[in-house]
Design a protein around this ligand. Structure first.
Ligand code: ATP
Ligand code: MG
Ligand code: FE
Length: 336
């Protein structure tokens, strides 16, 4: 069975062809990062226009690379939320048009569920149940994956997402968008114990996150140093900040795992590409005897393949959409 999948929720235009849910035949990703970089972040209007320009050539490239035609495709999956409304609309409109014209069933996919399903592409042996930590540019969530179509949201961030904190701190330190990979690199040369930054909501069995206090503390530190006319050690700031985020994520995930009896932990989303998080989570899992999963780096950030994998398991369960499918910018994760 072949799935054609589209992803246009933010600043990547991507199309993929997936065979039987887990085999990537093609995964074409056109990133707009260099275009948005000069503005220090994603400009929604520019993102929508870029998607319009690229979506059809990228679909064609995905089909050509997979050496299939539309006639071979069994269903079309598309991200319909959460994300930027104008960006989402481009993918949704394209998918609906192809679905109608080629008479192929349509599947509306939740972007965050797609991030989690990237793990199935990188780990053929992985099956539910497991606990997922989703850490991306706009979300931080702990989700129990009880079946391919059965999820339970345990907690999420009350304010900033983990990725958002990485990006804002990097921006103030003068690094280009997106800042996460820059902080990751810088942190390797710094002392993680150089500066003590605060942790929020760290009481037991609290599965909610808050990163805005930490973000403010780091920004205050940078401003204070500046006002005093003192320089700061960027590597130490990056390492100390990253350590605080990573410890919070690992502590809460381990607490959640023992609370719900999970034996397998999977991370997902752009921040799961962070080397410090991967090292700390994998060590904590080894210590507790849990299996640890992380998608290949290219599948951590936005891509069509993860949407195709999620669409396949929805299609198997008969969860199809009709042509009234619309973009839902604040779509919540499906929680039982
Ligand atoms: P969402 O999925 O919540 O809608 P998004 O799609 O914009 O948001 P992703 O593409 O999943 O987010 O991830 C992008 C985020 O990941 C950015 O905030 C980026 O800085 C962060 N990121 C990418 N690589 C790393 C890294 N190595 N370390 C830390 N953060 C990283
Ligand atoms: Mg992106
Ligand atoms: Fe994303």
């Amino acid at each position: 069975m072949y799935t054609l999948a589209l992803e246009t929720s933010c600043d990547e235009t991507s199309a993929a062809v997936i065979e039987d849910g887990r085999h990537i035949c093609s995964n074409i990703i056109s990133t707009q990062v260099p275009i948005h970089r000069k503005f220090g972040g994603v400009v929604p209007e520019i993102a929508s226009r870029q998607h319009i320009e690229y979506v059809l050539p990228i679909i064609k490239e995905a089909l050509d690379t997979a050496q299939v035609t539309l006639a071979d495709i069994d269903h079309i999956g598309v991200t319909y939320g959460p994300g930027l409304v104008g960006a989402l609309l481009v993918g949704v409109a394209a998918a609906k048009a192809i679905s109608f014209a080629a008479d192929k069933p349509l599947v509306g996919v939740n972007h965050m569920e797609g991030h989690i399903f990237a793990n199935f592409l990188s780990h053929p042996e992985l099956e539910p149940p497991f606990l997922a930590l989703v850490v991306s540019g706009g979300h931080t969530q702990l989700v129990q994956i009880n079946g391919y179509n059965s999820f339970k949201l345990m907690g999420q961030t009350r304010d900033d997402a983990a990725g958002e904190a990485f990006d804002k701190i990097a921006r103030v330190m003068g690094y280009p968008y997106p800042g996460g990979p820059q902080i990751d690199k810088l942190a390797k040369e710094g002392n993680p114990d150089a500066i003590a930054f605060p942790k929020a909501l760290h009481e037991k069995h609290n599965f909610e996150f808050s990163f805005s206090g930490l973000k403010s503390a780091v920004l205050n530190y940078l401003h204070t140093q500046e006002q005093r006319g003192q320089s700061y050690n960027a590597a130490d700031v990056a390492a100390s900040f990253q350590k605080t985020v990573v410890e919070t994520l690992v502590e809460k995930t381990m607490d959640a795992a023992s609370y719900c009896g999970a034996k397998k932990i999977a991370v997902a989303g752009g921040v799961s590409a962070n080397s410090g998080l991967a090292a700390a989570m994998s060590a904590a899992c080894a210590d507790k005897g849990y299996a640890f999963y992380r998608p290949d780096p290219i599948l951590c950030t936005d891509n069509g393949a993860m949407i195709g994998c999620r669409a396949y398991y929805m299609a198997l369960d008969g969860r199809f959409a009709d042509l009234t499918l619309n973009a839902k910018p604040a779509l919540p994760i499906t929680s039982d």
